[in-house]
Design a protein around this ligand. Structure first.
Ligand SMILES: [Zn+2]
Length: 307
């Protein structure tokens, strides 16, 4: 009986546990661009893997959604939030990068064209099962309906491709690997909006674990020159130009500190003590700081030997 109960619970998903997913906070940027601000905590039993921002772009004949959430259930939850904004169908889903919290909801948008960078597609194919296992571990149950679906349409590194979808002008920009090896930035020049995935974050520590800190700083410099008014981060509240500059400065300070430590022959532990991390220590996800130091340490060691 108990076993049967478990099977039924698995089949029904979150609802069988009496859990309701947290509702996003909807922010209207313009008549056709809305942001669904999700929870900022790491994936857990309460948020069921819903921990990202999604952007809803309402075109003349359909919706372009940027980032679909961390499971099929989260994807359906986001789809419900989209329907509160418009009854037009979601015809395109853009994935900003291959971290599971941002794209494992793709399966909820059957028939939609999936868009990402070329490298993101490759990473989804190679690491999708690992991300699914991480999500299942973090939320504490299986996700049988969640499939890591890779993109149908991709853009190569370095490309800035202008295209119209449902009469909205898009520039899909693939910078050199910054937060990950396959970031895709979505620029809406006529709306003065940039949807940046985790290349921009607010209220959480930026995660460097799969990143490239020098490229990231360079990308943030280029972002500041776009002439955009509304910056949509992957996690946390909408950002201003000033916030983007502050993030860039924080990453630069961090990297300079790590690099100086490597020059002085310090260990990672010694570097951690010598850095001023007071800004990051009080944010959500402060646990990534150690991994950030490790990643920046390896990158500056490579620089050091190449100098
Ligand atoms: Zn990420």
């Amino acid at each position: 009986m108990r076993r049967l109960g478990v099977l039924i619970a698995l089949a029904l998903g979150a609802a069988a546990y009496g859990q309701t997913l947290p509702e996003p906070r909807t922010v209207k940027i313009s008549d056709r661009v809305y942001v669904l601000l999700g929870p900022i905590q790491h994936a857990n039993r309460l948020n069921q893997g819903y921990m990202i921002n999604s952007t809803v772009i309402v075109g003349d004949k359909g919706v372009i959604l940027v980032d679909s959430g961390g499971s099929d259930e989260v994807g359906r939850h986001i789809a419900t939030a989209v329907r509160r904004i418009t009854d037009k169908p979601v015809t395109h889903v853009v994935n900003t990068h291959h971290h599971g919290d941002h794209y494992l909801g793709n399966a909820a948008f059957e028939g939609a064209t999936l868009i990402s960078s070329e490298m993101c597609r490759k990473m989804v194919l190679e690491t999708g099962h690992e991300w699914l296992a991480i999500m299942e571990r973090d939320i504490g149950r299986r996700l049988p309906g969640t499939k890591p679906l890779a993109a149908d349409v991709t853009y190569p590194e370095g490309a800035r491709t202008e295209t119209f979808i449902h009469d909205v002008r898009f520039v899909f920009w693939v910078p050199r690997g910054s937060h990950t090896i396959g970031d895709l930035l979505v620029h809406l020049p006529d709306d003065k909006v940039l949807v940046a995935g985790d290349v921009l974050v607010s209220r959480v520590v930026p995660t460097l674990q799969d990143g490239f800190v020098k490229n990231w700083i360079q990308t943030l410099n280029e972002i500041q020159a776009l002439g955009v008014a509304h910056f949509v981060p992957g996690h946390g509240d909408l950002m201003t130009l000033h916030d983007v500059a502050a993030l860039r400065d924080a990453l630069l300070r961090f990297y300079s500190g790590v690099k100086q430590g490597v020059r002085n022959g310090q260990s990672e532990g010694e570097i951690r003590k010598s850095l001023n991390l007071s800004d990051w220590d009080k944010l959500e996800r402060a646990y990534v700081i150690g991994r950030n130091i490790n990643r920046a340490y390896l990158e500056s060691e490579r620089d050091f030997f190449n100098e």
